[in-house]
Design a protein around this ligand. Structure first.
Ligand SMILES: [Zn+2]
Length: 72
């Protein structure tokens, strides 16, 4: 739900202008509209980084778990 500070109210994303500005005061408030298009335009190598980061952290979690078990 995009919140407009100058108008002090919430707006339905569908009532916003195409560029995500407030229909009453023109302030750029859209997070939902912008996020949807930004989400699709995320480059593929971003997901590569995310995937490698997740697998790395997962591997470190396994290592930490093994280390904890080794202490007993
Ligand atoms: Zn406004």
């Amino acid at each position: 739900m995009p919140w407009c500070d100058p108008c002090d109210r919430f707006f339905n994303p569908n009532t916003l202008h195409q560029d995500g500005t407030c229909p009453q005061c023109g302030t750029k408030i859209a997070t939902v509209v912008a996020d949807q298009s930004a989400w699709r335009s995320v480059p593929w190598h971003f997901w590569l980084v995310v995937a490698s980061l997740v697998s790395y952290l997962g591997w470190r979690a396994v290592q930490g778990f093994v280390w904890v078990l080794a202490q007993f």
